[in-house]
Design a protein around this ligand. Structure first.
Ligand code: NAD
Ligand code: ZN
Length: 611
């Protein structure tokens, strides 16, 4: 008997869009499901069948087998039927793409029915689980099933079935689990049959089999997996995986091995060394592309210092909005259209926004698809092209970090990878002359907040601490003492930014960043201001840091916006909470492993509504 598993995978799930591509411990959910299914060793073949090129490529890249469906389908079963039509197989099991912890036991149970004496009568098999809680029994999202004495399904419903008229009779209720093992013939018979009224009323696909007289044998399985239906499920799943990995961790993978910027030049006026730094990296006919903040557009003195040669290109970008994945994709497309060779290098000149754009563009010139596909940890496959970062405002640490923060279609999240850091950084404090006071403060506070979050985090080690403490002290000197002249202050802030960035390389940021990401995603609030708005309300978590922060605000007479969350719609606030809670490592760093029992949705909502 040839038995295969098929995992139908739609990109746009209605309740949690893009959920199959969400990051689960460094791999997308769908890849986890595929690998878990394969590891059961119950199947001759395992396939993902999908309408999405992103999912198709992801599975192929991870060494799995994927099939593109040719047609639009209303349901996963039709998608499977199309895929197996010409395959020589006996039984096909459908595994839900959002069940990365699928258990071998459950799959064994559903297949075992084909070994029984009544096997010939069975068209398809499925699973059910005992349920006892009346809340679950009466929940319409939980599909109940009733069976005859041989465990053939009689009916599926969202209502409690049977109805318990006599409250004293003990009734065993069963919940249906969406795993099926079809005989190929039953599946092909069923394919294309129109939906009938019972199915339409209950919106339960398997009722159709009953309406057309098929025999569904139910097996009982009481193992609980985790289905990824909501962002909270994803958080839970990440936790489970982390616990499993901790058990498996060996001396060879316990500590992160991350790259640092290999070359850096520092000093007033060192910007003029740029040409001599770049030239050895020039490839024949391949230009350098200078991506520069458009605040410098009218500054002839400055642009004259950028020495364009051959077909080099100067590209001014606006930082009115923070970088978006769509913006990165556009720049990459334009570069590819204009030049038939990949550039010799990308040079980003500006604040955190431009540095992040430069990093992301250099990655996307050698990696296929959209930059949104790579938001997450270690999803980048190919080495980026040579890229150079030149900050013109200090604080973010983007010049030294392993990430490039982007707002994507679903989330604000960095492309965090070994290929992200710059190959070269030029630190010239003179370039930060002319930054307006407010902006100087907000970006500088990004550095201060990085340090507070890193130094108070549970991930802290001596490595992070030594960088964090230095940056923290520099910030106090710059923003609270009166001893520095402007030149010294600029140079020191540049180094504070660098150290602050290094401090989080081995640790993480925390609550202010998680919440400000949510705010920025929904309201477009800029990173520096968003951090300040949030941080001002975090005395419960960072008491000492918040006291110093308020002194700094007072000293420099900075106005922090208030009441910006007051008039949000329910949807907006929910999204804000989703984005913030999705940033699991930040919360873990801030509050430890049990963070989600401390930072509940309600608590987060209360905090946002005060801001
Ligand atoms: P920014 O790059 O958005 O620049 C802020 C403003 O300052 C802009 O209007 C810009 O035109 C102006 N500016 C820059 N240099 C100037 C100069 N020399 N003179 C006058 N004006 C100047 O702001 P930022 O605070 O540097 O960066 C914020 C961005 O950095 C956010 O997108 C955030 O997500 C990102 N970030 C990234 C990391 C990382 O590790 N990759 C870390 C923190 C923040
Ligand atoms: Zn930051």
């Amino acid at each position: 008997m040839k038995i295969i598993a098929m995992i139908p995978a739609r990109y746009g799930a209605s309740r949690f869009p893009g959920k199959l591509m969400q990051d689960l411990g460094g791999k997308p959910v769908i890849v986890r499901t595929y690998e878990a299914t394969k590891e059961t060793n119950l199947f001759d073949e395992v396939y993902v069948v999908t309408d999405s090129e992103i999912i198709f490529k992801e599975i192929e890249l991870s060494g799995g087998k994927a099939i593109m469906s040719k047609k639009q389908h209303d349901c996963g079963t039709d998608r499977i039927a199309e895929a197996v039509e010409d395959m020589d197989i006996d039984i096909v099991v459908n595994v839900q793409g959002d069940e990365p912890f699928i258990s071998k036991e459950g799959l064994e149970q559903v297949l075992s029915v084909y070994k029984g004496a009544d096997a010939d009568k069975i068209d398809l098999a499925s699973l059910m689980t005992e349920i006892h809680d009346w809340k679950e029994i009466s929940d319409p999202n939980c599909v109940k099933v009733i069976v005859d004495k041989e465990n053939f399904a009689l009916y599926f419903s969202r209502s409690p079935i049977p109805y318990p008229r006599d409250k004293n009779t003990a009734i065993q209720y069963y919940k249906h689990k969406g795993i099926y093992a079809f005989r190929k013939q039953a599946l092909m018979d069923f394919y294309k049959l129109p939906m009938r009224t019972l199915e339409a009323a209950e919106k339960i696909e398997c009722i159709r089999y009953l309406e057309y007289g098929k025999n569904i044998k139910m097996a009982i399985s009481n193992t609980q997996g985790i289905e990824i239906d909501t962002p909270e499920d994803l958080v839970r799943a990440n936790k489970v995986l982390k616990e499993e990995n901790n058990k498996k961790s060996t001396p060879n993978n316990k500590y992160r091995n991350f790259p640092m910027v290999p070359k850096v030049v520092f000093g007033q006026g060192c910007f003029d060394q740029l040409s001599s730094i770049l030239e050895p990296n020039r490839k024949n006919n391949a230009p350098f592309i200078f991506i520069v903040d458009d605040v410098f557009k009218e500054n002839k003195l400055f642009s004259d210092r950028i020495n364009l040669r051959f077909n080099d290109k100067l590209l001014f970008v606006s930082t009115k909005e923070e970088p978006k994945t769509t913006h990165i994709d556009e720049i990459v497309k334009d570069i590819k259209t204009e030049f038939n060779l990949n550039p010799s290098g990308i040079i980003g000149i500006g604040g955190g926004s431009v540095l992040d754009i430069a990093k992301a563009v250099s990655i996307m010139l050698t990696n296929k698809g959209s930059s949104a596909d790579y938001q997450g940890w270690d999803l980048v496959k190919n080495k980026a092209i040579y890229h150079v970062g030149i900050p013109t405002i200090s604080g973010t640490g983007a010049e030294v970090s392993r990430t490039t923060v982007l707002s994507g279609p679903k989330i604000k999240l960095g492309i965090n990878s070994d290929f992200t850091p710059f190959d070269q950084v030029v630190l010239d404090p003179d370039l930060t002359q002319g930054v307006p006071t407010n902006q100087w403060f907000f970006t500088g506070m990004d550095c201060f907040i990085h340090c507070v979050e890193s130094l108070n985090g549970t991930f802290l080690n001596a490595f992070s601490q030594s960088y964090g403490e230095k940056a923290y002290d520099l910030c106090k000197e710059i923003f609270l003492d009166d001893k520095l002249n402007e030149e010294e202050s600029r140079a020191k802030l540049m180094m504070a930014s660098w150290h602050g960035g290094m401090s989080i390389a081995y640790s993480q940021v925390g609550i202010a960043h998680a919440m400000s990401y949510g705010m920025s995603y929904v309201l477009g609030t800029k990173h520096g201001i968003g951090n300040c708005i949030v941080f001002n309300h975090l005395e419960e978590y960072y008491p000492e840091g918040v006291v110093l922060f308020r002194k700094m605000i007072a000293k420099h007479q900075i106005k922090i916006p208030t009441a910006i969350c007051k008039n949000l719609t329910e949807d907006q606030i929910e999204t804000m909470i989703d984005v913030a809670l999705g940033l699991v490592p930040l919360w873990e760093n801030a509050l430890g492993d049990d963070w989600d029992s401390i930072m509940t949705r309600e608590k987060l909502r209360d905090m946002y509504l005060k801001m």
